[in-house]
Design a protein around this ligand. Structure first.
Ligand code: NAG
Ligand code: NAG
Ligand code: NAG
Ligand code: NAG
Length: 259
């Protein structure tokens, strides 16, 4: 049995087993810390909740962004938190190879979004730890399983850029139709000092507040907040880099909508 780390089924189940993801051992080797921290925290939550007999809660209405997001302001009045996804993918960059002092330029991003509404509302700390741990599992394995490793979160959407300054989010998956649309940058703040680094030590990309671009968004989607970023930053210079390259990242996207 593959035990769901959505916690909800896990907490209500009378047995607990480690999830059977194929590449766990391979992913563990170089990155034991992030992954073992995640499983340890998860195990302690499961234990606590089993003892307390708590019912799972999937209520996003009490959730607010972490204190470190203060510089991004507040979601516009009247909006509600509709969805939290963990995004796992790559940040793309280009380098001008004809320029010996060139610095990498952002060239969009592509990520798959996984439904983390429940786990984040119940256990924000587990969700943050999962965001960190997920960086160490291959995107290709997630795609094959249609689940986010090392948890068991189902796909809730996709993220890519329609042009250099227009991130697109589509939250229309087989299970949930939550809307889609284009956004633009409203505010940015550097990731906290203790943000987790990428696979090769890359700094975490900034935390962002994006607001709807144009009026074509569906599902009431008005704002997307990028929080709890892991990795994704380019090196400081283009020295030794190819003309285009990808840096692995994971993050949380919080979707605010008008009702
Ligand atoms: C998936 O997202 C929806 C909308 O945020 C939420 O109501 C639902 O509880 C989520 N499911 C899980 C398993 O997190
Ligand atoms: C080379 O890159 C540097 C750093 O981005 C930039 O300031 C400079 O204008 C570039 N030179 C040319 C010729 O593009
Ligand atoms: C950010 O969004 C707020 C609320 O919608 C708006 O008042 C402000 O002008 C926006 N700022 C920028 C730089 O887009
Ligand atoms: C960058 O992102 C696109 C998706 O928009 C992807 O297809 C492409 O292979 C990525 N990598 C590079 C190096 O361009």
């Amino acid at each position: 049995m593959r035990c769901s780390l959505l916690l909800v089924p896990a907490l209500s189940a009378s047995t607990w087993a480690a999830p059977a993801f194929p590449k766990v051992a391979a992913a563990l080797a170089p990155n034991v810390q992030a992954i073992s921290d995640y499983f340890n925290l998860l195990a302690s939550k499961v234990q606590q909740n089993r003892v307390a007999g708590l019912a799972p809660i999937c209520d996003l209405s009490k959730l607010s962004p972490p204190a470190e997001a203060e510089a991004l302001g507040q979601p516009a009045p009247g909006l509600y938190l509709k969805h939290v996804a963990i995004g796992r993918g790559t940040q793309n960059y280009t380098c001008d190879l004809s320029n010996s002092t060139a610095i990498p330029q952002a060239n969009g991003a592509v990520a798959t979004l996984y439904n983390a509404s429940c786990v984040t509302s119940a256990f924000p700390d587990v969700s943050a730890m999962l965001t960190r741990a997920s960086l160490h599992f291959d995107v290709a394995d997630n795609a094959a399983l249609q689940r986010l490793a090392p948890a068991d979160l189902p796909v809730s959407g996709t993220h890519y850029f329609t042009d250099l300054t227009t991130p697109f989010f589509g939250l229309d998956s087989s299970q949930w139709q939550l809307g889609e649309g284009k956004f633009g940058k409203n505010a940015s703040t550097t990731a906290p000092l203790n943000a987790a680094k990428g696979k090769k030590g890359e700094a975490a990309v900034p935390w962002l507040r994006l607001t709807a671009k144009g009026s074509g968004n569906t599902g009431g989607l008005q704002e997307v907040w990028r929080l709890e970023t892991v990795g994704g930053s380019a090196p400081a210079t283009c020295k030794g880099m190819p003309a285009s390259f990808e840096i692995q990242y994971s993050t949380q996207y919080w979707f605010y909508a008008s009702s």
